[in-house]
Ligand binder design. Sequence first.
Ligand code: PLP
Length: 385
Amino acid sequence: MTRRRPQESYQNSVAGPIYQSASYYFEDEDHVRAGLHERSRPAGRYGRYSNPTWLEVEAAVSKLCGAESSLLFASGMAAHFTTFVSLLKAGDEVVLPAESYRQTRNVFHHILPKFGVVVHEISIRDPDVFIDRLRALGSRLRLVHLEMPSSPHMYLIDVAGVREAVGPDVILTLDSSFSPPPNFHALQWGVDLALFSATKYLGGHGDIVAGMLSGRADLIEQVRWFRDTTGPVSDGNTAFLLRRSLYTLPMRMATANAYGLKTAQYLEAHEKVTKIYYTGLPSHPHYKLGQDYLRGHGAVITFELGLSEAETAAVVGRLAVPYMASNFGAPQTLVEQSTFFTYFEYDDAGLRDIGVDRSTVRLALGYADDVDLVIDDLDRALATA
Ligand code: PLP
């Protein structure tokens, strides 16, 4: 007699329950055969391979992205690393934008080459040059990784142009953490796999760390094998929180877009702001691409004050509403002085390479803060600059 846990007293909960189990039992030999050998009857096996709460969130993200399939990971970086290591082999050539997220660049420059992957880094500041360089590399490439908008300058990419330049066989991946649906639908533009730090807008409450991969089922199955084998997985509770968050994503993005645009317009008009990067403003170098690809520009704004790092720190230090912290897509407004936070290990030459000025400030508006109070707060702090 196989041991059985008593069935749940009822199974009609409107919200999907949180499954928190390391393994799943089989009722008898027939169940093992159908569930495990033949896969003719859905059955769980072990917590590293799947979990019903993950399956729910994966189905919801597939629907959101218009994807064939999706996978949940322990973090955005776990999703990135597992994807690249699954799809690449020694000798493969890949491209990534020079403006990609710092840890993504670390994966490409310091981890993948250990396995014989050949990495080309190209700046996306000039979208035409980016595409010309891709065209020159052409069919030698196995994978092109994109990220848009980039941080901190919010640069964009002509995604359909990239697909056209590299042809149909090169795998296109795109980190859409800053621009999830409904702002941007990467898979509609020839991207094979969209990647998300679900820690950001998808999770949306600043209380989980998670990652998502969404796109072509044949590629996802290759990545699934690596996830099953190496285990960069999430847990039932995190999956539940993420699934719950996805219901409000369109509302939160609408607020993010409205707050972002209002604050960006305020900052652009301010005499103490020397430069601003927000793709919803015509002054952004990639504004036209933004009009083509984005349906909203989000809650993250980068601006420069033309001051020294210390003078900029004094202004940031006077802000009372935002937390001094690195993240975005959260209820709270967060501010970071880029050269003091994310890029504190870079010297002057390194900062020049990535085009980050010492007076750069990145503001991530929180949807639970009153945007007018944030603007008043900025007004007070900037007055003293
Ligand atoms: N991609 C981008 C654009 C990010 O900003 C981040 C994190 O800041 C990541 C990926 C990594 O995501 P996670 O922190 O969930 O690992």
